[in-house]
Design a protein around this ligand. Structure first.
Ligand SMILES: *Cc1c(COP(=O)(O)O)cnc(C)c1O
Length: 465
């Protein structure tokens, strides 16, 4: 399989290079030249198969010749071996036609594990083959950092440096990162807010000598392999709920548009998905877009669903590209305009076309708390604030009645105990395997808010090995 950049100016690459490159050189995102088509018979044959088997069949056409079949199978088996539920992505029924797809059974209790556990193994495999090493550098306000650290720990080919804002993450989030004591994991607590962490990371990526010398790399959600790995749970859930004979629709709590884009890919592959409802918190750029056809950035304000506190949904560019018939020139112009003015629009016709598949709704903190209450009283289930958005009655109303309704449970409630306690006065407990998290030893380095200081720390750490 060959991959093209959404902006058309970067080299066409195969799967292995796309994974290791991440963001295309022209600033675009890589997409496959075509989406593999599964027939009704092929879907049927996958029904009832273990998650790992579904994963292999879904990923194989995207991977192409880049990885030998046995090696790919092993990577998949290893990636999901550390999950804490036999079904990997189990489904719970909440109402007659309302199901919850639980995506929090990985090591860090959020859906990002489903892609990152695989990506960590994949990086390691490809780098070992090439005899190369990389340095992964990232900033986190909480969730992504822990999932990336868990994915990269103990890998000989990778060093990972994650900056978090000192004393400004929740204690659970910090502990999930800092209690990983592997020698290749380097936690930096920066004396600064999250935005400054991100700025320093960006500046270091733009320091080309430094970037090349240490082979800086990122595992953020623009990496194609993350999307690919996420397609798997849509297929698995759909088959378990009666596809291809029954049609499904999904309600997805959305920030960067990575998760819901994976659902769109599953639809493009022939899975019967009628509608995708996108829920946002008060950072509602996407809800406003699907309402008006106008994408316009706004300041980020902190919400009780913090993993969706974003200003720009970077993966939306992939949908834009396909919506305009893979017109890279159009995407290039649109994104240039967006960068300059913070605004771009699509025509009424295009909006109508997009609305056939997508709908968007926004939920403020109060309504999120009310949904947590409502679901708890109706079913006894504790759901986290992101999952609550996916379970909002107003969002489910966007889904057609003749389809099976599935909400994505993107995080375990115990990751956000304060929001749950505030809503229903119940304290959600961590699963057994993390019950001693607060007693575990932590390791991190506090650094001043200064790029040169962070750079020197990376150089010293890597020089010492
Ligand atoms: C990352 C995250 C999201 C947003 O997913 P995107 O792929 O960025 O749209 C939603 N909920 C939780 C719990 C997350 O960690």
């Amino acid at each position: 399989m060959k991959y093209h950049s959404t902006r058309g100016q970067a080299p066409v690459l195969d799967f292995a290079d796309v994974v290791l490159t991440g963001l295309a050189r022209d600033g675009g995102l890589y997409v496959p030249e075509s989406y593999p088509q599964f027939s009704v018979e092929q879907w049927r044959q996958l029904r009832g198969k273990p998650y790992q088997v579904v994963a292999y069949e879904v990923m194989k056409p995207f991977v192409g010749d880049a990885i030998q079949p046995d090696a790919l199978k092993t990577l998949i088996d290893e990636a999901y071996a550390g999950f804490h539920h036999k079904a990997i992505a189990p489904i719970k029924q909440l109402d007659t036609n309302h199901f919850l797809l639980e995506l929090f059974h990985g090591p860090t209790l959020a859906f990002k594990d489903y892609a990152l556990q695989f990506l960590g193994k994949l990086f390691d495999h490809l780098l070992q083959e090439r005899g190369e090493r990389v340095t992964i550098l990232g900033a986190t306000s909480g969730d992504t950092g822990s999932a990336a650290i868990e994915a990269c720990r103990d890998k000989d080919t990778i060093d990972i440096f994650i900056l978090h804002p000192h004393n400004r993450t929740s204690e659970i989030q910090r502990k999930q990162m800092t209690t990983v004591l592997s020698t290749n994991v380097h936690n930096i607590a920066l004396n600064a807010p999250f935005d400054d962490c991100q700025t320093i990371v960006k500046e270091l990526f733009n320091d080309l000598d430094f970037r090349d010398k240490y082979k800086l790399s990122a595992v953020n959600s623009i990496n194609w392999a993350r999307i690919m790995a996420q397609v798997v749970y849509y297929v698995y859930a759909a088959l378990n709920l009666g596809a291809p004979e029954r049609t499904l629709s999904f309600a997805v709590p959305t920030g960067n548009f990575g998760n819901v884009f994976a659902a769109y890919v599953a639809k493009r592959m022939g899975l019967p998905i009628s509608k995708l409802a996108i829920g946002t918190n008060k950072n509602d750029i996407l809800a406003r877009f699907f309402d008006s056809g106008k994408m316009s950035t706004d300041a980020v304000s902190p919400s009780i669903a913090p993993s969706m506190d974003i200003q720009i949904s970077s993966n939306f560019e992939r949908l834009l590209f396909h919506t305009y018939g893979n017109d890279a020139d159009h995407v290039m112009k649109t994104m240039a305009e967006f960068k300059k003015t913070g605004i771009f629009s699509v025509s009424p016709d295009v909006l109508t076309e997009l609305r056939k598949t997508f709908a968007g709704r926004r939920f403020d903190d109060d309504s999120i708390a009310q949904i947590i209450q409502k679901i708890y009283h109706a079913t006894g289930e504790l759901i986290d604030p992101h999952t609550a958005i996916a379970c909002a009655p107003d969002l489910l109303q966007e889904l057609p009645n003749d389809a099976v309704h599935v909400s994505l449970a993107c995080a375990h409630p115990a990751k956000f105990p304060d929001a749950i306690k505030g809503a229903v006065d119940v304290f959600p407990h961590l699963p057994d395997f993390l019950s001693d998290l607060f007693e575990r030893e932590e390791q991190f380095t506090v650094l001043d808010n200064d790029r040169a200081t962070v750079k020197a720390f990376v150089e010293e750490t890597l020089g010492a090995r």
